[in-house]
Design a protein around this ligand. Structure first.
Ligand SMILES: [Fe+2]
Ligand SMILES: [Fe+2]
Length: 529
């Protein structure tokens, strides 16, 4: 018990001890007083000895009587005080003892339940957390607590080359091991058996290679395999450096149990990721079928999606909404499948009737996407996508929504959509000069575009925007040069292009941008409004 006491608890205990000593000495004093009184048969006024004494005193004078009476009264008071003190002390001692027993019992109970509470948190995470990395991070943290060890890593086996990798090592850095590596992890992955080394540096199954790489000093290690439903090894659960002693058989059992849970989760997460990937690729392909009907709009949906995701990330949109944003941006123009190509590809300004036809694509997008099984939060995808031509002042189409009636995610897509349209070559105009693009977008602030979204967009790191802008320009895209724009926001680049005074680290960036932006265009290229 004593070793679990805090210093505050120790102080309290010392003071209680002192109090107890004082009380005990007072009791002792009282006891002696009572004994002394009894020796003189002066227990009470009713006792025969006292009565006789009092009679004598009455006869022989009142002075001695008053002394005896005072003595008897004092004795009575002391006796009462003694009884009260004895009662109080006993009660306090019993209470204190009971409390200590309770605390000790609770501590023992807690010790006993510690692994179970860790397991409970793992199960809770399984029910609520879908992302594999977050799950693994919870599992490894709880495993460290349950097993009382310093490190826990979950290695996942790559299906193509058997390479074993982990990120869940507490520091977020990735470790990769070849399948044939001379490490306990490699050995467990190859044999599918538990490896428990109490003293690794005295064991030839251990290689110090990883310790040298990570700077971590391994002492004891326990590895257990993780299997899928077909009993194939899909990874290895590794725990390092047991804090007290070495890893026991009980630890092996715990780790086997946790590895079974983790294995199931990994398999489930991999299946989920495969399905999600399949859905994304399918939607991308659908979107591209529309974009590719016209070479000049090729890549539009994907670029709009990438711009929208950059803005969404900058605005801190929650992950679930980011998926709505991704799918809605990807599919926003899908309704163009219902617009005649002769109108879509027309070389020149559209007549009012043709423009009306083009406008139908937003409604068709809604109708077509509503047939796809977007469920839960994703159920918002058709609506969000179909509002992308609405304007804040209500002059957009096709529902004529105003301000807050337009979903916020749509307002992000709208900015991305218009920016891509203006910075792309169209049948009726060339790529618009970037200054003009900024001017058009600024003019739309508060009547067409949400100011918050516009600000977030122009504050984006320029290199990220340019990488999307130039992503479909093949040989003309120069990623290495685009990295030079890393410290610049898009807004600042436009200022530089407009002739703002450059800082030393901005020298030449405006010219470089113009070269990249106009690459592939005719030498006599004139940006048109
Ligand atoms: Fe559109
Ligand atoms: Fe569009």
């Amino acid at each position: 018990m004593a070793k679990h006491m805090s210093s505050a608890g120790a102080d309290k205990s010392m003071s209680q001890g002192r109090q107890k000593d004082d009380i005990e000495s007072y009791i002792e004093e009282c006891r002696q007083f009572v004994a002394k009184a009894r020796r003189f048969e002066l227990v009470s006024e009713d006792s025969p000895a006292v009565s006789r004494y009092l009679e004598l005193q009455n006869k022989n004078g009142s002075k001695r009587r008053s002394v005896v009476t005072k003595l008897v009264e004092e004795l009575k008071v002391k006796e009462q005080a003694l009884r009260k003190l004895e009662t109080d002390l006993t009660k306090r001692e019993v209470d204190l003892l009971e409390r200590q027993i309770k605390q000790y019992g609770m501590q023992l109970e807690l010790e006993r339940l510690r692994p179970l509470s860790g397991l409970y948190r793992v199960i809770q995470a399984m029910a609520t957390e879908r992302k594999l990395e977050s799950l693994l991070s919870i599992i490894t943290k709880e495993t460290r607590n349950i097993l009382g060890c310093d490190q826990c890593r979950v290695f996942i086996r790559e299906s193509n080359n058997g390479e074993l990798w982990t990120r869940a090592n507490g520091k977020g850095t990735e470790i990769r091991l070849p399948f044939a590596s001379n490490t306990p992890v490699g050995l467990t992955a190859r044999t599918g058996r538990v490896v428990n080394l109490p003293d690794v540096y005295a064991d030839n199954r251990f290689s110090a290679e990883l310790d040298e790489k990570t700077g971590y000093r391994t002492k004891s290690v326990l590895c257990v395999p993780m299997h899928n439903r077909n009993h194939e090894v899909i990874g290895v659960f590794e725990v390092l450096n047991k804090k007290e002693g070495t890893f026991s058989e009980e630890d092996e059992e715990w780790l086997n149990g946790l590895a079974a849970v983790a294995g199931g989760l990994i398999e489930q997460a991999q299946s989920y990721a495969e399905i999600e990937n399949f859905v994304i690729r399918t939607l991308e392909t659908l979107a591209q079928t529309i974009d590719k009907r016209d070479p000049l709009t090729a890549g539009h949906s994907m670029r709009v999606t990438r711009y929208a995701l950059l803005i969404g990330e900058a605005l801190g949109i929650p992950e679930i909404d980011m998926n709505v944003l991704r799918y809605a941006a990807m599919m926003h123009d899908y309704g163009k499948i219902g617009v005649p190509e002769a109108v879509l590809w027309k070389n020149g300004r559209l007549t009012p009737q043709e423009y009306e036809l083009v406008q139908t694509h937003a409604r068709i997008t809604y109708e077509l996407l509503s047939n796809l099984p977007f469920n839960g939060k994703l159920a918002a995808v058709p609506y969000v996508a179909s509002c992308h031509h609405e304007k804040l002042d209500g002059s957009g189409y096709y529902r004529k929504l105003k301000g807050q009636e337009i979903p916020f995610l749509t307002r992000i897509i709208t900015v991305a959509d218009v920016f891509d349209a203006l910075t792309s070559v169209r049948h009726y105009r060339n790529r618009m000069a970037i200054s003009k693009v900024a001017e058009v977008m600024e003019a739309g602030r508060e009547n067409h575009f949400d100011p918050e979204v516009i600000d977030a967009f122009f504050n984006l790191p320029c290199d990220k925007v340019l990488k999307v802008m130039e992503s479909d320009r093949g040989q003309n895209s120069v990623p290495v040069e685009l990295d030079l724009f890393h410290d610049l926001s898009l807004g600042r680049l436009i200022e530089l292009v407009d002739g703002a005074k450059t800082h030393p680290n901005e020298e030449g960036l405006a010219d470089l941008f113009q070269r990249i932006y106009c690459a592939g265009l005719p030498p006599d290229y004139q940006a048109l409004d």
